[in-house]
Design a protein. Structure first.
Length: 157
């Protein structure tokens, strides 16, 4: 019984909706003919992802690698004493130059003693000692020939 009532209500609701869509304009030539037109407009939205700039990290080659490990280490040491970063670029990689120049050569009374360079595996360790500490440099062969300072370390007693 409930099914019959539900079905009857559905038919009545459909009929009322259909009647509401009818043409009430009696002035037309044929009031019994009804025409329904539906217009659809399609809209397409395109989202373009934001452009992300590429970042390139390069390692700047020294402008003139030294012929020996000693020449590379001494070249950087002397450029540092003169506060000449441009000259330092002839002997070392940027990270070694930055570390070296983080400690400005201002106290001219400090006596640095060159301990020379010794082979350490495929690299060379070069050192200067001073009262209370030492300055060490790691020097490596440059792929195109010559030698460059790769890193700088300060050791304090």
């Amino acid at each position: 019984m409930q099914r019959r009532i539900a079905a009857l209500l559905a038919v009545v609701a459909f009929g009322m909706g259909f009647a509401a869509c009818g043409d009430d304009d009696k002035s037309s030539a044929d009031a019994s003919a009804t025409s329904a037109t539906t217009a659809t407009t399609a809209t397409t939205a395109t989202t373009t992802p934001p452009t992300i700039a590429a970042t390139t990290v390069t390692t700047k080659a020294p402008s003139g690698p030294a012929a020996t490990p000693e020449a590379a280490a001494n070249g950087l040491f002397n450029a540092w004493k003169k506060n000449n970063r441009n000259d330092a670029e002839n002997y070392a990689k940027p990270q070694a130059i930055a570390k070296m120049f983080d400690h400005p050569y201002t106290d001219k009374s400090v006596a640095y003693t060159n301990q020379g360079c010794q082979p350490q595996g495929g690299q060379f360790g070069c050192a200067w000692s001073y009262e209370g500490g030492a300055l060490t440099m790691t020097v490596e062969a440059w792929p195109g020939g010559g030698f460059v300072v790769d890193s700088v370390t300060y050791i304090a007693d």
